[in-house]
Design a protein around this ligand. Structure first.
Ligand code: ADP
Length: 614
């Protein structure tokens, strides 16, 4: 990670604050520029116009007053001409003021359009990055916080930073043009103008840093709030929340989190605004001191009445330009801090495209685990311990073991969602690490027990098994037949085009067993996969249906590797090879007959279940 960014984020003290202001401005401007050249250019041009015109207004204002005073004091003969001149100047000032209003409208129009485009762009960037991440990232709570922070604030921040940068430029242009006139009165006036704004700015920078630190600390709480919202207001949780009466309890937690956050926010806001008011007073005092100074100069006839009004206006507007500049810098500092969370997320290192192999040296070797040990990133104990396993093409394997014995983890390793802590896994004699991502995924079809229920068409739920044929109706039908979803489809009026789930209009909800048949059909979309894995996807079906499905599954996967996790021995016994896992180690292996003869753990479990059926 960029060390400068890290320090700006971890320890946003004042000195680094000034540095921090500009670290991300370039990237933010680049982002806005690449989002829309035209809008950015228009934005820039209007900003300059809106910056210069106020000085012209002040200047014309002085001419008007002096013309009026001259007209009052003039001989009647030339009074008419002077009056006309004064009126022309009034019209000119009116036009200038209209032009300022037009430029400001234009600026806000550009901003609205850019905001919409940029919000979408940043969200897409965040999601595109999410596609490249590993499962481990999503299971890591620190990383999740990063993602939440990036999504919550950062989509509005790049534009805000650019708006402030441009606002800063506009006010700087105004200030410079004010100063060129004001300097004629006194260079000291320019200096006083600038110095009087500094204290308020320093306070602002400090409080921005505090606000950012609050924002960082609170991510876990904000995430909890988002989570509670989901639990309280989403269809798949409503059943339990209602029946267990969890609603009020969760809502209370939700409220308490808000109260805590609100208290911190309130304290900070009060401090920020009290200081802001106190230090702002310095500005007011300076303004009136300058007022007195300019008035005295007019009385002493050092300047005309017209110049007096002009200098007063310049000083007043100059002061608001200074405070706009300073608060823009304060805001930019804040935006930079927030943007650092966006880039922190976007720059999360990912292991780049591991291998390039698209086939292995021994295509007949199938899958091999060699002394594989695996520990989850935060776990103390390994979940799998020294696993040796060989499954040849055409063979079926059943994994048996209590909950938590490591069956699903073994599948996650086989599908390279995780890499082994030690040892290696080979496919066709080639280490999984060396396989090309896409080639490997093509070979394996997996249905996990917590498969995803897409709120999409029934056919698309099946088509999800193969993105190349996601919308291919013919393939939906074939896979639906193989996965035994076809009988369900027949009962639905719109067949494969029935929307599933209740999120969208006319969606149909299915039973657990019916969903599992859809998921099984999804596995059959992967006609090119020669390793098929079913991780308890039939648990919601009755034993007879499961046995039928597995027989059917075997028939359809002839010559392929089939791996099955099930708690039903009626199904398990059909596998060529059965592996019994206990606390992450293989304790027994063999065919059903061999294991029964062994009279060990497997036989015991088998008899226990058989007794239940008697
Ligand atoms: P099984 O499929 O046999 O029920 P799992 O493979 O799901 O078992 O889990 C094995 C062990 O690994 C359990 O003790 C579980 O707590 C732990 N575990 C599972 N997933 C994770 C994870 N993402 N992070 C940390 N530990 C996990």
């Amino acid at each position: 990670m960029n060390p400068r960014r890290k320090s700006a984020q971890a320890n946003p003290n004042l000195a680094q604050g000034f540095l921090g202001v500009f670290i991300y401005s370039r990237r933010a401007i680049e982002l806005v520029w690449t989002t829309s050249h035209k809008l950015t250019l228009a934005f820039g041009a209007l900003t300059v116009i809106a910056g210069v015109l106020p000085t012209a207004v002040a200047y014309v204002g002085a001419l008007i007053v002096d013309a009026v005073v001259a007209a009052i004091q003039a001989e009647p003969a030339i009074r008419a001409a002077l009056t006309r001149e004064a009126l022309q100047l009034v019209i000119a000032e009116g036009l200038l003021v209209s032009a300022i209003a037009g430029a400001q409208r234009g600026i806000s129009l550009c901003q609205s359009l850019l905001r919409a485009q940029l919000g979408q762009r940043v969200n897409v960037m965040i999601l595109e990055k999410a596609l490249t991440l590993e499962l481990t990232h999503f299971e890591n709570s620190d990383f999740y916080d990063k993602l939440t922070r990036a999504r919550r604030e950062a989509s509005s921040r790049p534009l805000s930073l650019v708006m402030r940068t441009f606002g800063l430029a506009q006010n700087a242009v105004s200030l410079i043009s004010f100063s060129t006139l004001l300097i004629a009165f006194s260079p000291w006036a320019v200096l006083v103008l600038i110095l009087a704004g500094l204290p308020a700015f320093l306070a602002e920078a400090k409080f921005s840093g505090d606000a950012f630190r609050l924002f960082l600390w609170r991510s876990p709480e904000t995430r909890m709030q988002l989570y509670l919202e989901t639990v309280l207001a989403r269809e798949d949780h409503v059943k339990e929340v209602k029946l267990f009466g969890l609603g009020p309890l969760f809502l209370d937690r939700y409220r308490n989190i808000f109260r805590k956050l609100y208290r911190e926010d309130r304290d900070l806001t009060i401090r920020r605004d009290s200081w802001g008011f106190g230090l702002g007073l310095i500005g007011t005092i300076t303004l009136y001191a300058a007022y007195a100074w300019i008035a005295l100069a007019a009385i002493a006839s050092r300047i005309t009445i017209g110049q007096m009004t002009m200098y007063l206006m310049l000083f007043r507007q100059g002061q608001s330009a200074v405070s706009a500049i300073l608060s823009a810098v304060g805001g930019m500092y804040e935006d930079n801090l927030y943007l650092s969370t966006l880039y922190d997320y976007l720059e999360t290192p990912v292991e780049d495209g591991r291998g390039a192999a698209i086939k292995g040296p021994h295509p007949d070797d199938g899958v091999r685990f060699e002394n594989v040990t695996f520990r989850y990133p935060d776990a103390e104990q390994p979940t799998l311990f020294e696993i040796d396993l060989h499954i040849k093409p055409g063979q079926s394997l059943a994994l048996v073991g209590e909950n938590g014995s490591g069956k699903t983890t073994l599948i996650k390793l086989l599908t390279r969602l995780y890499l082994p802590t030690s040892g290696r896994i080979l496919l066709d004699g080639q280490d999984l690490r060396e396989w090309d991502e896409a080639a490997l995924r093509d070979r394996i079809g997996v249905i996990f027990q917590d498969f995803t229920r897409y709120q999409l068409l029934l056919g698309e739920n099946i088509g999800a098994g193969d993105v190349r044929h996601f919308e291919d109706e013919e393939r939906w039908h074939e896979a639906g037949e193989k996965g035994m979803a076809a009988p369900i489809v027949e009962t639905l009026p719109a067949g494969y085009r029935t929307p599933l789930g209740k999120w969208f209009n006319d969606g149909r909800e299915l039973s657990g067993g019916q969903w599992q048949k859809i998921a099984l059909s999804r596995a059959f979309m992967r006609t090119r996969a020669d390793i098929l894995v079913l991780d308890e996807p039939t648990s919601a079906m009755d034993a007879a249906a499961e046995a039928t499905i597995f027989e059917h599954f075997r028939a359809l996967t002839k010559g392929k590797i089939a791996i099955l996790i099930s708690h039903r021995f009626s199904t398990v016994r059909m596998a060529d090879q059965i592996v019994v896992l206990q606390n992450g180690s293989i304790v027994e292996r063999g065919s059903h007959e061999e294991l029964m003869k062994l009279n060990g753990h497997y036989a015991q479990l088998f008899l226990l279940q058989a007794r239940g059926y008697r």
